[in-house]
Write a protein that binds this ligand. Structure first.
Ligand code: ATP
Length: 355
């Protein structure tokens, strides 16, 4: 049975539609991210699941039971907000034990649970501190421990890592994912950070304009984006405008600035104006005369790779080259770009506007 089902979940604020008829099924133990830009309706969706915002329409079904009208405290969910919302005048232990006390758990059982949960987030020994005496990363762990202490059936995370510096955030991604797997706890994360979503999730729901525009495993979402929006939001991409010349069973033949490209269309024959996408790391430098000629406009070194902007007749193309210990051609050099047609993606142009 599906663990959590959102059925045509909708939220209007007056005549503004924040979330529109959203359907999502989550399996037990799954880690799902709602990924999208600011204002796309991620937080509103999470708040409806938590019970803090009433849906305008639609329903929320948890293990077969309709909980749409259930009060938040009856839902048995753990929530971690971006602000953490810790109690500054209380110790770490008191913060973590708060929900347990509310549920009437006895003192000794509570102490044991608090101890276990602090160990889990590697805060053992800090229980007596006040939360104001902790670093940002430690505070964030307290917030997670507080949500986990009640052993919730669903963990809801709203941008919980956004206040941490980049290195700490990276560590927390790995750690939180390990804790989530260890406890087998079904988790929904709201984020606008695609790396965070990719690192942690079993599946990513890409949101745009109050809707899910793609739901897929990270690799699939990145390699086979279902819309121009998803393609551009999940990592860098080069988008070219083209026009369909013809389709055969496997490929669309697309004219891009008078070059004919053969692009696998995945069984979906296309017509008219299209967008052609190619990821920067799928482009390589060829030998002279071999591919699309261009001139290097910028060259940036990023440690594990180089990023080049190359001016071509198809427009400015970003090219990512792995750092293999060689310095690529300097700015101003004439180069040629090659790719495999299998790495090109083609999507109808009008989807750009709708996401
Ligand atoms: N209480 C409210 N009243 C009116 N409009 C609201 C309310 N809450 C949210 N909205 C609007 O609904 C839209 C979706 O908001 P939401 O907070 O869900 O977006 P989000 O994707 O989580 O964005 P962010 O990443 O910035 O938090 C936004 O345009 C927001 O301004």
């Amino acid at each position: 049975m599906t663990f959590l089902s959102l059925k045509k979940l909708t939220k209007h604020f007056d005549d503004f539609v924040a979330v529109e008829s959203l359907d999502l099924d989550i399996e037990r133990g799954e880690f799902i991210s709602l990924l999208g830009p600011s204002g796309c309706g991620k937080t509103t969706t999470l708040q409806m699941i938590a019970g803090f915002v009433n849906p305008t329409r639609g329903s929320i079904v948890l293990e077969g039971r309709d909980i749409t009208a259930l009060r938040p405290e009856k839902r048995g969910m753990g929530v971690v907000f971006q602000s953490y919302a810790l109690f500054p005048h209380m110790t770490v232990e008191a913060n973590v034990g708060f929900g347990l006390e509310m549920r009437g758990m006895g003192r000794s059982e509570r102490a044991q649970r608090i101890g276990e949960t602090l160990e889990l987030v590697r805060l053992g020994g800090l229980g007596k501190r006040f939360t104001r005496e902790l670093s940002g990363g430690q505070r964030q762990r307290v917030a997670i421990a507080r949500a986990l202490a009640i052993r919730p059936q669903l963990l809801l995370l709203d941008e919980p890592m956004s206040n941490l510096d980049a290195k700490l955030r990276e560590d927390m991604h790995i750690e939180l994912r390990a804790i989530q797997r260890h406890l087998g706890i079904t988790t929904l994360l709201v984020t606008h950070d695609q790396v965070e979503a990719m690192t942690m999730s079993d599946r990513i729901a890409v949101m745009h304009g109050g809707k899910i525009v793609q739901l897929a495993m990270p690799f699939e979402a990145y390699e086979q984006p279902g819309s121009p929006f998803a393609s551009a939001f999940l990592g860098k991409t080069n988008a070219l405008r083209g026009r369909i010349v013809s389709n055969n069973q496997r490929c669309a033949i697309v004219d891009v600035n008078q070059r004919q490209l053969h692009i696998p269309h995945g069984g979906r024959s296309l017509d008219g104006e299209v967008h052609v996408f190619v990821r920067p790391e799928k482009l390589r430098l060829g030998v002279a005369g071999e591919g699309l000629p261009g001139q290097v406009k910028t060259r940036v070194f990023l440690g594990n790779h180089w990023m080049l902007q190359v001016d071509t007749t198809l427009g400015l193309m970003s090219v990512s080259l792995p750092n293999i210990g060689e310095v690529p051609p300097a700015e101003g050099s004439v180069v040629s770009l090659v790719w495999s047609d299998d790495d090109l993606r083609v999507l109808p142009q009008q989807e750009m506007a709708h996401g």
